[in-house]
Each structure stands twice: as C-alpha cells, then as structure tokens.
Design a protein around this ligand. Structure first.
Ligand SMILES: [Zn+2]
Length: 329
C-alpha cells in the first residue's frame, strides 16, 4: 500500500539514521540524517517512508521517525498570535524545512494567524494561504521596524582634542581620549543601524567650538550629541552622569539618553538640566551635551577605559536616540 501526502513531513527521531536508495536494509545507503531533522514525505510503503532531501530522494525505516501531517492546518489549534508580513513576496513552504516546496508568496501587509511552531518555523494561515515561514525572517523584519535611526543624520561631537585636553583623571588620563573612544564606538553602532554619521573631529586635533556647531547647523542634522566626561578631584567619590540642553524642546532627547545610559551602565542618573554651553546654544538643531562619568573617580576612570563599558554607554545612547526618534515617552 502506498500513500502520497504532499503536505506531510517526516521528523527524524534518532542520530545517524541511514537513508537508503530503496525500501529495505539490503539497499545502498545514500546518506544519513539526524535527530530533529525534518523532510517532506513523498510516500509511505510498509515500514518505510520516502523523503525528499536537498537534491535527491531516499528511504527511512519508519520506526525511527514521526510523520506529521499539515493538511489539516486550519483545523489545528490556533495560538491566537498573528503576524504581519512587512517584506515583499515572502515565500511560504509546505513544511518546516527548506527542502519543502514553496506553496505560495505572502504579500507585503498580509496578516496571518500562527497555528503551530517548531524551533525554527511558524506554520501560518489566512483565508488565502497556509504554509511555513522561517522565524528568522520575522525576526529581521521586526528588528528593522524597531530601528528609527536608519537614514537619520547624527553629528557626534567628541569633546576637546589636540591642545585642549579637557578634564584630567585620577591617574592623569585626559578627557579628550575618553570622548574620542566613545565617539568611535557610537559612530560604529549608528552606522551599522543605517544612520548618516558626521563627526566634529576625526583624530586628536583641536577644533573650535564654533566650527563644531556650524557643522551641525550646515547639515540636515536630526541630533547633535556632544560627549564629555567630568572631573571633580576634590571629591573623588563623586560619580554619575548628566545631560544638558539649551532649548526646552530638546529636553526629552537629553532625558531619554540619560535614562537609557543609566539603565545600561547602572550609573547614577544626575538628571538633565538647562545649561548655557556654546555647542548647544549656537546649535539650531536638536542638540544636547552629555557628561558620561567622572574620571576623577579612580574606579570609573579604569572602567571607562574598557571596551565593554564603552559599549554599554553607547548602547544606552543608541536606545535613547531610538526612543527620541520614535517619540516614545
Ligand atoms: Zn569636557
């Protein structure tokens, strides 16, 4: 007896299971499959099932596999979860593996119910179409829709530089080096997210406050972030971060970034305040100035030199920018 079911799949339950050219142990072994693998089923014969592999067919002893049928997709339990396709023509397959045939294309904007799932695939269904979609496709479309930074122009201003060393740390380190390090890391992250990043200085050089500001004003700047570190040698125990704005409408930008950096680093949030600094006063674009830590605190000074801690700061700034662009209070 032979049955053919286009929408059934075979789940392998053991490792190193032989795939044979015909049904029977006397036939040639063409390859092996492993526990958890899923293949489209072509047909069943006695104690054997025929499966489709990437570029060939083969037979497995049915005692080592589970056969799943997806033909009753619409009757199977619904998870109540729905998804919306945000890419153009995403293909759906007949089963949860790339070896299954493509059964149709989900159009951009189409909504589906999730009716079942495996480790890597969702079975989805709507009035027009039932099929399997790779979870990674949905993950990447979600990451994209969460990214409001793409195509934004962001000016990063690494404070000080050249003969202007900025504040001096507990062990004699210079603020200008820390601001540069943060700028480099932030530039990298924002560029990866698709932002147009402009920096006010590319290296350890002196750049006037006026030219830093005009760089922001002359471009289609969506955010200007000036990076600084504090020093208060008289009280080395002082720590914390703060943010400054000149125009009230950029208060949120300062607050969001500060909250997010504090969340990432665990550092005390000293609040966002009005301040009359030239780079934000003469700036006609959304501009803030960040004081991202006290290098007069010996522990923080050491911590700020590590890449891991710089990455935390940068993650916070990126999350704060995302909140600001998405207008999420
Ligand atoms: Zn400074």
């Amino acid at each position: 007896m032979a049955t053919a079911d286009k929408s059934a799949s075979v789940v392998v339950n053991t490792d190193n299971l032989n795939v044979r050219s015909s049904p029977g142990t006397q036939h040639e072994v063409v390859t092996q499959v492993h526990s958890g693998d899923v293949y489209p089923m072509i047909q069943q014969q006695d104690k054997w099932v025929q499966i489709r592999l990437q570029d060939q067919k083969g037979w497995l002893a049915s005692q080592y596999v589970t056969i799943q049928s997806y033909s009753d997709g619409k009757q199977s339990k619904q998870t109540g979860k729905t998804i919306t396709i945000s890419k153009e023509k995403v293909h759906l397959r007949g089963g949860p593996a790339s070896t299954f045939d493509i059964v149709g294309f989900a159009e951009q904007g189409a909504e589906f119910q999730i009716i079942s799932e495996t480790e890597k695939w969702y079975e989805i269904s709507n009035d027009n179409l039932t099929g399997f979609i790779l979870k990674d496709i949905l993950k990447s479309q979600q990451a994209e829709s969460n990214n409001s930074i793409k195509n934004k122009t962001i000016v990063i201003d690494a404070g000080h530089g050249g003969r202007d060393i900025g504040a001096i740390g507990a062990n004699g380190t210079y603020e200008k080096h820390y601001t540069y390090q943060t700028m480099r890391e932030l530039k990298h992250e924002l560029t990866m997210l698709g932002a147009d990043v402009i920096v006010t200085r590319e290296k350890n050089e002196f750049v006037s406050l006026a030219s830093r500001t005009s760089l922001s004003n002359l471009n289609q700047t969506d955010a200007f972030i000036s990076i600084h570190y504090n020093s208060f040698p008289k009280l080395p125990s002082v720590t914390g971060i703060s943010a400054y704005y000149y125009r009230n409408q950029y208060q949120d930008l300062a607050r969001y970034i500060l909250e997010e950096v504090s969340k990432e680093t665990g550092v005390r949030n000293r609040g966002s305040k009005f301040a009359d600094y030239q780079v934000i006063r003469q700036n006609l674009k959304p501009a803030i100035l960040l004081e991202l830590g006290f290098i007069s605190n010996p522990e923080k000074e050491k911590l700020l030199q590590t890449n891991a801690y710089q990455k935390k700061i940068v993650t916070g700034i990126v999350n704060g920018l995302n909140r600001y662009f998405k207008n999420e209070p």
